[in-house]
Design a protein around this ligand. Sequence first.
Ligand SMILES: Cc1cc2nc3c(=O)[nH]c(=O)nc-3n(C[C@H](O)[C@H](O)[C@H](O)COP(=O)(O)OP(=O)(O)OC[C@H]3O[C@@H](n4cnc5c(N)ncnc54)[C@H](O)[C@@H]3O)c2cc1C
Length: 388
Amino acid sequence: MDAISGLKKIAIIGGGPGGLTLARLLQLKGAKVNVYERDLNKNARVQGSPLDLHDESGLAAIIKANLLDEFKNNLLPGADRKKIVNERAEVFFSDHETKLEENFGSEYFRPEILRGTLRKIFLESLHPETVVWNSHFISMEKQDEGWLLHFKNENSAYADIVIGADGANSKIRPYITNIKALYSGIIMLEGNIYNAKNAAPKISALLNGGKIMAFGNKKNILMGQKGNDEIGFYASFKAIENWPANSGLDFSDKTQLLEWFKKEYFEWSSIWYELFENTTTPFIPRPIYCIPLDQTWEALPNLTMLGDAAHTIPPFAGEGANMAMLDALELSECLTSDKFDTVHEAISFYEINMRKRAAIAAKESLENGERMHSEKALNTMLGFFSAH
Ligand SMILES: Cc1cc2nc3c(=O)[nH]c(=O)nc-3n(C[C@H](O)[C@H](O)[C@H](O)COP(=O)(O)OP(=O)(O)OC[C@H]3O[C@@H](n4cnc5c(N)ncnc54)[C@H](O)[C@@H]3O)c2cc1C
């Protein structure tokens, strides 16, 4: 008998990569699960850079979820190829000629998939009505042995176990711990270009369907191919946490942002201007946060969390979504294992390992962030990639 047999209902708050992976894995074991997601419906556009899934985490979860074929049919071939360039866009490293398009089973193969496509694959694998859309969680209180959840649309729902998978600004997390993520000192200014072949031909040709990491003095530009001829890019630099408000910039004004770039990235060549002249949506400044590496708390009997809700990790090692999916894999195994007599024991075991893993990934990511924003970032990163 596993810890969750006999229980009526598990509620997962949030239908990101972590929450949906958990729902699928628990359903495969026969558990009764609902996902409460704030998006209005399944057609809501999921934004953000494509995700590269890693062999030991994201891909391991996909395989356990019996979704590898669907994943293979939908990945972005070649999007994991990269070039490392300097501020004048001179190429110092490229694996475009050497990298295999498919190499499943290799720890170095990190296939890319669009976030929206990954969500669709999971949604199609779940029982109908598993996801309750338009359910923006706002609060909960104890009821009987479980929790009564309240949503913005004034609906309520009861669950025996609640799992917070509601991302970096989790509303579930404060019910578990007061520990907050800390500002990393880095801002990533996001822009997106539609119809990139026409709108930004020089950059598009250089990108060639893969990724570019451009390193200058303490600053960089990171970009990657998305679907539908779209490019997503980030100008990434060190700044104070409230730079977005203090900068005086209107992020919907491309001209202002181009002038800002020319001033702040003054050593960079004019090829990059294409990005700022042709951004299709308003720029989004993203201050990057990280959990304290030593965070800890006492496990609760019927409430836990995973993914960014449990551990916001800076994106400099591409680990966040992978960790969220691995959390889901491990939590589902703990909850359905006959090793634990109670849900409390299962949660406690899961959380100890999850915190350890997340701290290692967060440290690695912070160190990468430092390398990528150092004075000699280009040389440091070239050395780093040739060693890995
Ligand atoms: C710039 C940038 C680049 C990144 N690149 C990568 C990468 O290449 N590889 C990688 O692995 N990771 C990357 N990450 C990190 C990755 O995006 C996250 O770690 C990952 O999305 C976390 O998954 P999650 O399921 O925990 O949370 P999320 O993806 O944040 O999903 C949370 C879900 O919960 C819903 N939700 C939120 N609040 C509520 C509420 N109150 N009620 C109901 N629903 C709610 C949201 O709508 C969302 O669907 C990047 C992050 C950033 C900022």
